[in-house]
Design a protein around this ligand. Structure first.
Ligand SMILES: C[S@@+](CC[C@H](N)C(=O)[O-])C[C@H]1O[C@@H](n2cnc3c(N)ncnc32)[C@H](O)[C@@H]1O
Length: 213
């Protein structure tokens, strides 16, 4: 095995590899889409799949599909009979993402909705065992309260980007609504006795939240 150049390289050569389909999606995301860094990628994707295998949820909610990378990883870990409901507000994303989801080996485990999760998720009337929050950073508290209402007792929420490139340590500019949104979310969760929580400094920060029974 050749010497790794960085810790990130080292990690990626010592964990499960992405399958060819995910590699192709990641490449296509970088070639065709704006802001490709939003896609979860190799390490976080394998982590999401493993979380699903550990939790064994039957119903998963994802807020923020983008190119579908994290959706495919969540669906990959789902047990027989499980379903992922993934929401994307940007209708211009549909032409790219829907074929990637529908041609994947997990197509029958994924329902892809175009629309604002804050409006559409309550209309579904489902109870979720796991939710992955990865939408608009300004709306994290609204997503959180909505999801908690529709989460099973003992269910999990995984919130992405909760370290926000380290900006959580700074006093944000009053116009920096994304940093303000993430910091307010983190403070709310930290004080919230309805849940248990840990923050993993993986990639841009993942907060793992468990609703108390
Ligand atoms: C960071 S990207 C998602 C990346 C994807 N989860 C992954 O890891 O590969 C965030 C996405 O959330 C979408 N979004 C923002 N607000 C939303 C909302 N209220 N409902 C559904 N999607 C939303 C954005 O359009 C964007 O495509």
């Amino acid at each position: 095995m050749k010497e790794a150049e960085t810790i990130d390289d080292y990690i990626l050569t010592h964990i499960d590899q992405e399958n060819e389909y995910l590699q192709a999606l990641y490449r296509d995301t970088h070639v065709k889409l704006l802001r490709p860094r939003m896609a979860s990628g190799h390490l976080q994707g394998r982590m999401l799949k493993m979380f699903v295998e550990m939790i064994q949820p039957l119903q998963i909610l994802e807020i923020g599909t983008y190119s579908g990378y994290s959706a495919l990883c969540l669906a990959e870990g789902l047990p027989e009979g499980g379903m992922l409901h993934t929401f994307e507000i940007n209708d211009e994303q549909e032409d790219f993402t829907r074929p990637w989801l529908e041609k994947s080996p997990y197509a029958d485990k994924i329902k892809f909705y175009i629309g604002d999760a804050l409006e559409k998720v309550p209309e579904l009337g489902l109870t979720f065992d796991l939710a992955f929050i990865d939408g608009d950073k300004r709306k994290y508290i609204a997503y959180y309260e909505m999801v908690l209402n529709q989460l099973s007792d003992g269910g999990y929420i995984i919130a992405d980007n909760t370290l926000w490139d380290g900006h959580v340590l700074e006093t944000p500019h009053p116009n920096d609504h994304q940093t303000i949104g993430i910091k307010e979310f983190n403070d709310l969760v930290a004080a919230d006795q309805r849940v248990e929580k840990v923050i993993l400094p993986l990639r841009d920060g993942l907060t793992i939240i468990r609703k108390r029974k």
